[in-house]
Design a protein around this ligand. Structure first.
Ligand SMILES: [Zn+2]
Length: 294
């Protein structure tokens, strides 16, 4: 080994020692190095977004039902009615509050034919005499919902105004769907606490009398909490319709969604010239508001 080679080897050895020392220093003081700080920052960003990291992913065999998220669950249960194209005669009272003739909406006519608009028994009222009313309302979970009603054209203006005021006051209504969504079955609609208006049918408890709902001049509001209550003349027993509403037949009791004279819906409907079934003599129909038309 000559001197030149020895110097070269010494230089290489020194470089290797410097390299090893550098690596040791990097390892020892890495907490203070910039890239370490960046990774800490990423860690803190991740922990600051719990919605991204704490939602458990569904395991095999588990259902993906969002049972731990009641608010989201309530959202998903909201029903949105179909939209119909705007007819030339649509009247808009306020954004999302409007009405138009049923006869202007072919798809809607098809939807209610042989259901609420049963042509085999209904020879009394035409599609042209009825209006489709679209409203917003606040459901029992305080969620904004879209609702639809069919009524006599003579009360359509009243209904958009009344339901607009109820919405502004965030008056809770569980459901506002066409009774056709319940196969035009009033019992099913009431049991579901659905608010509705037009339905060509017989009066509750009768096999001969045509209901005023057949003219589309009445609204049944939150019917489960505001039932029809009568007394059977032969047995003397109390009749409550829907049957599921027996707990709400006693109007002296305190419970939510009860319509009485202090209720905003009662006040709005009566201001618009409607009478209330809770004032009837022979039977009581606490859900029922009706307007006489010419
Ligand atoms: Zn009614």
């Amino acid at each position: 080994m000559n001197r030149k080679t020895a110097r070269l080897l010494t230089t290489i050895l020194i470089l290797i020692m410097i390299l090893v020392l550098s690596l040791f220093l990097i390892a020892a003081f890495s907490e203070y190095l910039p890239f370490r700080n960046l990774s800490s920052l990423n860690d803190s960003l991740e922990t600051a977004a719990p919605s991204e990291t704490t939602v458990p992913s569904p395991q095999p065999g588990q259902t993906s039902e969002p049972t731990e998220e009641p608010a989201k669950n309530a959202q998903t249960s909201v029903h949105t009615p179909p939209y119909y194209p705007e007819s030339p005669n649509r009247y808009t009272y306020a954004e999302d509050f409007y009405y138009e003739r049923v006869s202007d909406q072919p798809e809607l006519m098809e939807r209610i034919r042989d259901l609420s608009f049963n042509e085999s028994v209904n020879t009394k009222i035409s599609y042209d005499a009825l209006c489709y009313v679209r409203v917003l309302y606040v459901n029992f979970e305080n969620v904004d919902c879209e609702g639809e009603l069919i009524c006599n054209a003579a009360i359509a203006q009243d209904l958009v105004e009344i339901f607009y005021e109820l919405y502004q006051a965030r008056y809770p209504i569980e459901s506002i769907r066409l009774i056709d969504d319940f196969n035009a079955d009033d019992d099913a609609s009431m049991a579901a606490n659905n608010t509705s208006a037009f339905n060509f049918r017989l009066t509750t408890g009768s096999t001969t009398y045509i209901s005023d709902h057949s003219w589309g001049i009445c609204v049944d509001l939150n019917p489960l909490y505001n039932p029809y209550v009568a007394v059977d003349e032969t047995t003397g027993e109390q009749i409550v319709v829907p049957a599921e509403a027996a707990a709400y037949a006693d109007r002296t009791a305190e419970f939510a969604y009860k319509i009485d004279e202090d209720d905003l819906a009662y006040q709005l409907f009566t201001q618009h010239g409607f009478t209330w079934g809770g004032h009837w003599e022979s039977v009581k129909d606490y859900q029922h508001f009706q307007k006489e038309i010419d």
